[in-house]
Design a protein around this ligand. Structure first.
Ligand SMILES: O=P(O)(O)OP(=O)(O)OP(=O)(O)OC[C@H]1O[C@@H](n2cnc3c(O)ncnc32)[C@H](O)[C@@H]1O
Length: 204
């Protein structure tokens, strides 16, 4: 993939990333993550509508991971000419360590919010990296609403009427007053999910 440019220097290799989402925050985070992990290459990223194969609001760690994996596999099928395939899936899970209820599950417990990221590479998508974003806890009024079927965005809207989150900051950005946004949380996890790709001779 490398050649020479008209100044005589080597042209850096270019790689295509296919992201299983039309959400610009996810696509931009994936692109930025690849660029920071592989600074001597160039990248372009395309978002594609991929099927997570799970509920739109996953309620467990495992289902959220499955959503990320399904998105990555689906975008692999849809974009065979890409070099990397990325699935990002948000989810929530009842805290098993909650001291509030002693049960840590169901209404009255605390909800953790996070996303899973799966990055596939290799000719057949056989090289997989995965990572979970940082976790934050949702306020109890939101957890209550989500217990009754609201998704995260709707629960925010309902619980904090008048203070809508912006898509880039997301839930975590609203709750940290803009110190740590959804974009940054995706970026950090993309970098971690690229560890096997950055170290292809190491077994994970
Ligand atoms: O278009 P896709 O890729 O599906 O992106 P999404 O924004 O819907 O995000 P996810 O499917 O990954 O997240 C699952 C649910 O959680 C919601 N969600 C995820 N992150 C959020 C955040 O930071 N703030 C508010 N809602 C969020 C989202 O709207 C979904 O209903």
């Amino acid at each position: 993939m490398s050649g020479t440019n008209n100044t005589g220097g080597a042209t850096p290799p270019h790689y295509k990333i296919a992201v299983g989402s039309l959400n610009p925050v996810k696509i931009d985070a994936a692109l930025e993550g690849f660029r920071s992990v592989f600074p001597s290459a160039t990248f372009s990223a395309t978002g594609v509508l991929a099927n997570p194969g799970v509920d739109s609001q996953p309620l467990s760690d495992g289902v959220a991971f499955l959503g990320a994996w399904n998105r990555a596999r689906h975008v692999f099928d849809l974009c065979p000419d890409a070099n990397y395939w990325v699935g990002i899936q948000g989810g929530v899970q009842w805290d098993t360590y909650s001291l509030n209820t002693g049960e840590g599950k169901g209404d009255g417990g605390q909800l953790q919010a996070f996303s899973w990221i799966v990055v596939l590479g290799g000719d057949r998508g056989e090289l997989m990296g995965k990572a979970r974003t940082a976790t934050h806890y949702l306020p109890s009024d939101m957890s209550h609403l989500m217990h009754f079927g609201y998704d995260l965005g709707l629960a925010h809207h309902q619980a904090h009427r008048g203070i809508d989150y912006n898509p880039t900051d997301g839930s975590v950005g609203l709750l940290t007053h803009g110190i740590y946004g959804r974009d940054e949380s995706y970026l950090h996890a993309i970098i971690l999910a690229l560890i096997p790709h950055r170290n292809p001779t190491v077994a994970f």
